[in-house]
Design a protein around this ligand. Sequence first.
Ligand code: SAH
Length: 357
Amino acid sequence: MTDLLSLPLPELTRWVTQELGEPKYRAKQIYSWLHKKQVRTFGEMTDLPAPLRERLAGMAEIAPVETRLRLESRLDGTKKYLLGLGDGNCVEAVWMEYHHGPSLCISTQVGCRMGCKFCASTLGGLVRDLTPGELLGEVYEVQRQTGKVISSLVLMGIGEPLDNLQNVLTFLDILCSEEGQRLGYRHVSLSTCGLIPGIRELMDKKLGLTLSVSLHAPEDEARSAIMPVNRQYPIGELMEVCREYFAVTGRRISYEYALIDGVNDTPQKAEALARLLRGQNCHVNLIPVNPVKERETKRSSRGAVERFARRLGELGINATVRRELGSDIAAACGQLRRQGAPGAAVPNEDIPRQTSF
Ligand code: SAH
């Protein structure tokens, strides 16, 4: 079965004319139903003749993404969704209300193989990549549930977007297309643990999105201890490509730094971080780490977070402590899926579950 939600308009047009033997304009109609009206079934495509709708249902599918569970914050309207996929796997998405409009954080893979020591998403390794249609399905399903349209998108849920880059690029191509939802690339943020070849590919495409880099430590030894990916792509090379990224795209990089008690939160680490980033046009997002049951990482004290932020400020580094939304439903990313996923995870045996950095 071909998943029509995964096809950009030129490919859908090829499919409609060659596989279906229908005229080109039918592709535009179908694309509009899928990506503007965002329907879930062929039966809803009411300007297509009934026999055509039936043929479509026999030959193709619309990637199913359904809400399995929703947690809503009583404090600020943040909503966390556990979304079920066609094969029984689940991912998470988080809806946040900001004064500039709603923002959605979505997952890019079922699980993750990057192995960061403080993260819940990677505990069971990678199960499989999400398809472009499933990535779109996350957005469309949560919009259906809330009755609102997002004004920004964050690729910062479960998974490593640059480990599923081709599907992520196709997804963004469709979401940002003129005939689709027309989200501007400027309203998209993509977060990576630092896969350099993927950063280069993004840079060359000059899409105008915001790149967030999960740094979490200013020196190789400490970073490798909590992020195995650093052994393959060490800090020096990562900084080089980040500087280049700004030079080529003009987009300021945002560095994520999760503060872990006794690991990376001392004033000395703040000073090393300031030395590392000196001269870069960038921003540092400080996040008190979310404790994960299966991990021993502890959140830094409020005092340590404030001292760290102050020291960075004194040294001329632009840093903010991330405002915590939905703290009453604050399962760390990946925990809801581990606790609540109804049905067993169905692994794709073609993909190694863990990388060996
Ligand atoms: N794989 C990508 C995006 C997903 S993780 C990346 O590494 O950037 C999104 C962000 O959440 C990353 O900055 C990640 O390091 C951070 N993160 C993961 N687990 C966390 C935790 N327990 N507490 C705080 N931040 C965490």
